[in-house]
Design a protein around this ligand. Structure first.
Ligand SMILES: [Zn+2]
Ligand SMILES: [Zn+2]
Length: 408
């Protein structure tokens, strides 16, 4: 654990960060200008690989298509520990509407979830930890992950062995937070994010004239009944003390006021924290849809998590999170941390690296709200603007957490 001061290898952490900050800001802007969607982060991963190679790290490219993994080994390994530090790299399909000089040059692609800043900060962390490697007692594995915004790059990376050789003993990540003011870091012990599963339902039956519904299967009416039946599952079959969200975000059917169409499409998402509730409801959704086939004499099909897109609930291991909080406070001050009262129903696939709580995971949130600079729009908004003053804070917090974990 670092003591109050910030002396590392004789050089204060602030100085180490300030030295690389202009470069980190340039990297962030460069990635911001050239956003790439999930599993298409080719230029981004090239930039990452070049930077890591220059640091002299052991590297693997093309993990889960565009992912990059680098390993920093200690000079004198004393602990069987490997800390995985993850940054996500993908942008969102959104047209940027900010006035930044380095705004997106790619139409309908934007780093509106600030993953550009995550990459830049973790490259900065890799740079500083490389300089401090004589202080490490275990390995650091830097994981640059594709497709966080869906369908998810963590699981394919795990399947390609990212948690092995050396075996990961804890995983950590940061995410920018547009609700917290710059200078604050939000943390929570226990659940942080919900599980997320998407389902796609198709209904088919004979269509016909709107004046003769008895000669058809009216899929607008049947689909409407199905929406109600699905909504009854979480509200009537699950303990009301278990938080669940079921949303049918898309219901599309028909072409014209007097035609009964021959197909309908429903798409929805299911969110919860309890794995048992999650599995129960997914099964009941499937069963309910299947029963509608018999009940109305129509054809149905349901596809849950196509492209392996389901995310499990995010869990911040309480003990590991306490260690991270202490390390951050020791370098950034006691009042930097805000403890979040509630988790969110949003989802994050970083927590897949925890393999259902068998590896301690922790994600902390770096505030980037700054009214004076107009950094007030929420993430995923086409107006979202990052306050770059959050970059040194995120870097310092992550370096502190990593050193603390690998020294304990
Ligand atoms: Zn996002
Ligand atoms: Zn994000």
């Amino acid at each position: 654990m670092l003591e109050d001061g910030d002396c590392m290898s004789g050089v204060p952490l602030d100085d180490l960060v300030n030295e690389i900050l202009p470069e980190i800001i340039q990297i962030r802007r460069k990635i911001h200008e050239n956003p790439e969607l999930g599993f298409e982060e080719f230029e981004t991963s090239k930039l990452i690989a070049t930077y890591l190679k220059d640091l002299g790290l052991e590297m693997k490219e093309g993990v889960a298509k565009t992912g990059v993994v680098a390993i920093l080994r200690p000079v004198n390994p004393k602990k069987e520990k490997t800390l995985l530090i993850r940054a996500d790299m993908d942008a969102l399909p959104l047209q940027e509407e900010t006035d930044e000089p380095f705004r997106s040059r790619n139409p309908n692609k934007m780093h509106a979830c600030a993953h550009d800043s995550h990459v830049a900060m973790i490259l900065g962390v890799a740079n500083i930890l490389t300089k401090l490697k004589d202080q490490l007692q275990g390995n650091v594995k830097f994981v640059f992950q594709p497709a966080e915004e869906g369908p998810g790059g963590a699981r394919p990376m795990i399947r390609e062995g990212v948690l092995k050789d050396p075996d990961v003993t804890a995983a950590i990540a940061l995410h920018v937070d547009s609700k917290q003011p710059t200078g604050k870091i939000a943390l929570r012990k226990g659940y942080v994010t919900a599980s997320a599963d998407d389902f796609h339902i198709t209904l088919k039956g004979p269509g016909g004239h709107g004046s003769a519904p008895h000669m058809t299967k009216d899929l607008v009416l049947i689909g409407s009944q199905l929406v109600l039946a699905l909504h009854a599952l979480p509200t009537r079959e699950v303990d009301p003390l278990e938080p669940v969200v079921l949303t049918i975000g898309r219901f599309s059917a028909g072409t014209r006021h007097n035609i009964i169409g021959d197909s309908a499409l429903l798409e929805g998402t299911l969110r919860t924290f309890n794995e048992e509730v999650r599995q129960y409801l997914l099964e009941r959704i499937r069963e309910t849809v299947d029963r509608f086939a018999d009940l109305y004499g129509i054809e149905v099909s349901i596809d849950i998590n196509p492209n392996d897109s389901g995310y499990s609930a995010g869990w911040n291991d309480p003990e590991f999170t306490e260690l991270v909080a202490k390390a951050i406070k020791s370098n950034l001050g006691d009042d930097v941390i805000t403890w979040e009262e509630k988790p969110i129903m949003g989802a994050e696939d970083f927590f897949e690296f925890g393999l259902n709580k068998s590896i301690p995971t922790c994600m902390f949130f770096v505030g980037t709200k700054n009214e004076e600079k107009g950094c007030v729009h929420s993430m995923h908004s086409s107006h979202f603007k990052l306050d770059e003053d959050c970059l040194p804070i995120g870097i310092k917090a992550m370096v502190s957490a990593a050193l603390s974990y690998l020294k304990e």
